[in-house]
Design a protein around this ligand. Structure first.
Ligand code: ADP
Length: 629
């Protein structure tokens, strides 16, 4: 019988090197990883047998066995799951699928604290199998794929590569045999093994039997062996929830919070949903993995059941188990099943309730959560506008006055008595807090919410009010902050000469020029006429290839600002002069710069700026020159 020798993919060698030479002290996690793989293989075999019943032909009940062999110094993890054929052994135990793996490994290598990062490595990569090398000097995997007579043996003692050769096995499934290192013999001790199963793997829904030696064929079941989500929440410990979450999500950290529920009525189902603490690498991946699993009467039928969870809750992990769906559910069936709609509604409301609870009881944790997942959650306003009332209180927005994120309730509570509306500024600028648009609101003691997320324009477009307070953009042309009579008088009055001159100079670029009532410190700003797109949205649409007619905006001049007053004086002295036109152009261009838009013609702008600066510098010198008597 020929034994073939293979090299590991470069990334695997690196992972192995890290694992083998790791100083990581918590080596016992290898058992959780291998039991988790065995459990997945049992689930997958049952899942595939729904369509191909012959895969379960040997009639054996799903089971995992732990077989310590004191004499040989080996520990075997045996399962009768799906098994692997020759090609799968080579692929699954010789490569890593994770696409960012090289970058991730480079990072890890240059990070001296890599010992603590090991669980992270294992979690993010899905390389749990290689954690066997934390305790073993040699690993042998014997596997027979369900539905096949052929078995193969994979063997490796680490970085050098692995061999595969034909072998035999009585039934389908996999055995992983670890030759334990001399100082790791504790993993032959039944008490130690029992303790580890209880601690890390109690959630495994299949029996884990502990055998006393290789001669035995059955042993004591050492885990709960029932689906954790089926139990009553009072019978599940926090540690159990955490370990189950780690198994589901491949996260190395405990979850932020979870919700366990049983629904009874016209439909029966259970659910266990988790919200992670950290942004997973695939949050913005179009095909994220490890989402919510769908089970039907305990049996896993779908890994990532998107139909159960809206995209704006794609960070949620967990399990939903239905008593009513047929076992052979297809994606098509899920899409238009009424049962699924009811479950989806529950998943949404349970998750939102959970978030509400966290926001109330653990505001700091919630703040951190929102930082990671807030932009995703906000998409819900756009995709499920009916849920506005539940979603809005969960959102946080940067407050210009407080310099930190606040809830709408906090914003409203802090409003001065005479403030009627909720003010916001949509901007992609880091410097949004410095925007000239905020000045008058600020002067009146009104806070402004700074909407700086890329999703904000889409999320907010359906929003009109919160608690009967209108959302009003401080950059819209019809913003009315002042006293109405004052405003009307200003509108009715004849426009000052500098405003009229500016309108003529900028005729082709702005829709109008008006005196401003919103500015206190800045000379000018550009505002959006009613119904027009905000500038960053316009940029975004242009960048994505949409042809848009140029939007002409309204230039507002702060007539009390010294710059505008001086330019007005100059215009009065030399009406219609080219010099004044230069100044007006610059006022307009700096308003563009202040909102993050480039000047229409940068080269022209630079020339103009030099011209005006030269004149100003000459003036300064003139003023500073000692008088020659
Ligand atoms: P992950 O489980 O995250 O994919 P692992 O390194 O633990 O990563 O395992 C790699 C792959 O090897 C698994 O995805 C699975 O296809 C296969 N595998 C590992 N253990 C078993 C097992 N006991 N039975 C069947 N397949 C297994």
């Amino acid at each position: 019988m020929a034994s073939e020798k293979y090299a590991f993919q470069a990334e695997v060698s690196q992972v192995l090197r890290l694992v083998i030479h790791s100083l990581y002290s918590n080596k016992e996690i290898f058992l959780r990883e291998l039991l988790s793989n065995a459990s997945d293989a049992l689930d997958r075999r049952r899942f595939l047998s729904i369509e191909r019943p012959e895969l379960l032909s040997d009639g054996d009940k799903p089971v995992i066995r732990l077989i310590p062999d004191k004499e040989a110094g080996t520990l075997t993890i045996w399962d009768n799951g799906l098994g692997m054929d020759e090609a799968e052994l080579k692929e699954s135990l010789g490569t890593v699928a994770f696409s960012g793996s090289r970058r991730f490994l480079e990072n890890l290598k240059s990070n001296p604290g890599q010992a603590q990062d090991l669980p992270k490595l294992i979690g993010q990569f899905g390389v749990g199998f290689y954690s066997a090398y934390l305790v073993a000097t040699e690993v042998t995997v014997t596997s027979r794929k369900a539905g096949s007579e052929l078995a193969f043996r994979w063997q490796s003692s680490g970085e050098d590569g692995f061999t595969i050769e034909p072998s035999s096995r009585d039934s389908a499934g996999t055995s992983v045999t670890l030759k334990l290192a001399d100082e790791q013999q504790e993993y032959l001790d039944p008490f130690r093994l029992k303790e580890l199963v209880r601690r890390y793997s109690d959630y495994v829904p299949h029996p884990i039997e502990l055998l006393s030696g290789p001669a035995e064929t059955s042993g004591e079941t050492v885990n709960h062996a029932s689906a954790l989500w089926q139990r009553s929440p009072k019978d599940v410990s926090n540690d159990d929830y955490v370990e189950f979450y780690k198994h589901l999500s491949r996260d190395w950290e405990p979850p932020l919070a979870w919700k366990h529920f049983h629904i009874e009525g016209t439909q029966m189902f259970s659910g266990l949903l988790f919200v992670p603490k950290r942004t997973p690498l695939d949050l913005f991946d179009p095909n994220p993995t490890h989402g919510v699993r769908l089970h039907v009467r305990r049996i896993l039928v779908m890994e990532n059941a998107e139909e159960l969870v809206p995209r704006w809750l794609r960070f949620v992990k967990g399990v939903v188990d239905s008593e009513d769906l047929p076992l052979n559910v297809s994606r098509e069936l899920l899409q238009d099943s009424r049962l699924v709609k009811v479950m989806r509604k529950q998943v949404i409301s349970q998750t939102l309730e959970l978030l509400k609870q966290v926001a109330k009881d653990r505001p700091d944790d919630y703040q951190a959560f929102f930082k990671s997942f807030g932009p995703v959650l906000k998409e819900g306003l756009h995709f499920d506008p009916d849920l506005k009332d539940e979603l809005l209180p969960l959102l946080r927005f940067e407050s210009a006055a407080q310099g930190k994120p606040v809830s709408l309730d906090e914003y409203v509570a802090a409003m001065p008595a005479e403030q009627k509306d909720i003010y916001y500024l949509m901007s992609t600028q880091k410097s949004a807090a410095q925007s000239p648009h905020l000045e008058r609101a600020r002067a009146r003691g009104y806070d402004v919410l700074l909407l700086t997320d890329a999703v904000d324009p889409f999320a907010m477009e359906s929003l009109e009010e919160y608690q009967e307070k209108k959302f009003v953009s401080v950059s819209s042309a019809d913003l009315k902050l002042g006293d109405e009579s004052e405003q009307k008088a200003a509108e009715a009055a004849e426009k000052p000469a500098i405003v009229q001159r500016s309108a003529r100079v900028l005729e082709s670029r702005v829709a109008d020029v008006k005196p401003s009532s919103r500015l206190t410190d800045s000379p000018a700003c550009l505002v959006i006429p009613e119904g027009a797109l905000p500038p960053h949205l316009e940029r975004l649409m242009r960048a994505s290839g949409r042809e848009l007619p140029p939007t002409r905006r309204v230039l507002e001049l702060n007539l009390e600002h010294p710059l505008i007053q001086k330019v007005a004086e100059l215009e009065a002295r030399e009406p219609g002069s080219a010099r004044v036109a230069d100044w007006i152009e610059l006022v307009y261009e700096q308003a563009l710069l202040a909102e993050g838009s480039p000047p229409d013609d940068p080269a022209e702008f630079a020339k103009r700026l030099s011209r005006v600066m030269t004149a100003a510098a000459t003036q300064e010198l003139g003023a500073a020159a000692p008088s020659k008597a």
